[in-house]
Ligand binder design. Structure first.
Ligand SMILES: Nc1ncnc2c1ncn2[C@@H]1O[C@H](COP(=O)(O)OP(=O)(O)OP(=O)(O)O)[C@@H](O)[C@H]1O
Length: 278
């Protein structure tokens, strides 16, 4: 249990940005437990928002609700003003792409075919006659952006965890969404690939919500963060304002601080130690 009370959204000096996604009062119960408890967040248009919180705090569940894949018992998610739960699957998939944790694909598909799955919501016409004239070029560009062109003809079953993760990002890019939801996308990536992956995500002209465990990556790459604990929003806002020592101590049970990077024009997070659980 944390002693910190859920706090309101903090906005930076420039004020709140236009929100692309706005969730209000989300409550989800699973297996008799409340997994999301009256969660309200806004996600700034064009910004990268880190979704943070300890194991089991509700990050994946919230991403599924934001992406319209799970209906909350209570609450609503608006995407540019439209209720995500009421958008048809196809319309929703043209606007939101979700890369789930440990996402899989059929073993017999090639990497190019897996990336091509991102084009399904854009195909016009009936079964067997579907057309997507730009599809091939969009897939090739997405694969080049994620630097997996050399893997195009490899079978899914032969790809490493990191290569699969990059295929899924390329698939999501090929989907040409306005909002990209990523669930712990850096899990299988080495440090160099983690930095390349998140640098690319920042460059995409999209609104992005990314669940991360690595708080230094969140500090370096996210504009804003939402910190969950036990299904509740504990803090939300620009990184430096949200990730305060008291929040980090209370939610993560660590002594840590965000400060100016000693050499680079960005913030970084330094941790000292973990705190004993009270
Ligand atoms: N189908 C389910 N039935 C019962 N409980 C569930 C179910 N799915 C998830 N939960 C519980 O909901 C809580 C939130 O899970 P969720 O996967 O959203 O957390 P998370 O923050 O993404 O965790 P992690 O960082 O470990 O991936 C956890 O306590 C989990 O055990």
């Amino acid at each position: 249990m944390t002693s910190l009370k859920p706090s309101p959204v903090i906005t930076d000096a420039t004020g709140p940005s236009v929100s692309a996604l706005a969730a209000t009062g989300l409550t989800v119960r699973l297996g008799g437990r409340t997994v999301l408890d009256d969660v309200s967040i806004t996600v700034g248009s064009g910004r990268v928002t880190g979704l943070l919180g300890p194991n089991g705090s509700g990050k994946s569940t919230l991403l599924q609700v934001l992406g319209g894949l799970r209906r909350p018992e209570v609450g609503v998610v608006l995407l540019d003003g439209d209720d995500v739960a009421r958008l048809g699957t196809r319309r929703r998939a043209r606007r939101i792409a979700l890369v789930e944790q440990e996402a899989q694909a059929a073993a017999e598909l090639t990497a190019r075919q897996v990336v091509g799955l991102g084009r399904l919501p854009h195909r016009r016409g009936g079964w067997g006659t579907a057309r997507d004239p730009q599809g091939g070029a969009v897939v090739a560009t997405a694969m080049a952006q994620v630097r997996i062109t050399h893997l195009a003809d490899r079978l899914w079953s032969t790809l490493s965890g990191g290569e699969r993760q990059r295929c899924h990002l390329a698939r999501a890019i090929a989907q040409e969404p306005r909002v990209l939801l990523l669930d712990e996308p850096t899990n299988h990536l080495d440090l160099g690939q983690q930095l390349r992956f998140l640098t690319l995500v920042r460059q995409l002209p999209l609104t992005c919500v990314v669940a991360l465990h690595d708080l230094e990556l969140a500090t370096a790459f996210c504009d804003d963060v939402v910190v969950l604990d036990a299904g509740r929003v504990m803090r939300a806002g620009p990184v430096r304002h949200a990730l305060t020592p008291d929040l980090l101590a209370d939610v993560y049970r660590v002594r840590a601080e965000v400060s100016a990077h000693p050499r680079l024009p960005r913030d970084h997070l330094a941790w000292d130690d973990f705190l004993e659980t009270p």
